[in-house]
Write a protein that binds this ligand. Structure first.
Ligand code: ZN
Ligand code: ZN
Length: 160
């Protein structure tokens, strides 16, 4: 069997394609690792070490990286924190007006529906007090049941 005269060209071309393929694969590994570690940690040293690990050891390095990398991404951590926060918010006991039982916020001083007095404001330190308290637990001032009169009430909430 006679060898083609321009065998060298074919071999060079095949080697070139193979080289380009290996290089693309290598670059892809590096880029993937770089992006992956940036999505998982803000620690610059860990980011550099992960990228160098894969750059030096290529595929085995990548395997080691995947085994030891942080388990969750920063985005997943953030999402979980948001979810936990919203659960905590839902677990907060809903306050109901003692008179009409409709839902009121913790810092309301009047029930907007039935105008029941829910809180008083301390004359001395201005914090909200329970109407049943005899003294202000924050500053020791004796609570005055008439202190509510000092607070301007919007016309739509005033008693008819
Ligand atoms: Zn009410
Ligand atoms: Zn006070």
């Amino acid at each position: 069997m006679e060898l083609p005269p321009n065998l060298n060209v074919y071999v060079s071309a095949a080697l070139f394609v193979l080289g380009a393929y290996v290089f693309a694969l290598y670059a892809g590994l590096l880029i993937w690792t770089y992006r992956d570690i940036h999505a998982r940690t803000r620690d610059v040293l860990a980011q550099i070490m992960a990228t160098v690990l894969v750059a030096v050891f290529t595929l085995p390095g990548l395997l080691i990286y995947v085994l030891i990398r942080p388990r969750v991404t920063l985005a997943e951590t953030y999402e979980r924190e948001l979810a936990e926060e919203s659960i905590m918010r839902e677990m907060e006991p809903k306050r109901a007006c003692p008179k009409c039982q409709r839902q009121v916020e913790a810092d309301f001083i009047l029930c907007p529906y039935c105008h029941e007095q829910l809180k008083l404001r301390c004359l001395s330190c201005n914090r909200l007090l329970d109407p049943g308290w005899a003294i202000c637990p924050y500053c020791g001032q004796e609570a005055h049941t008439d202190s509510l009169e000092d607070i301007p009430i919007a016309p739509e909430y005033q008693q008819q």
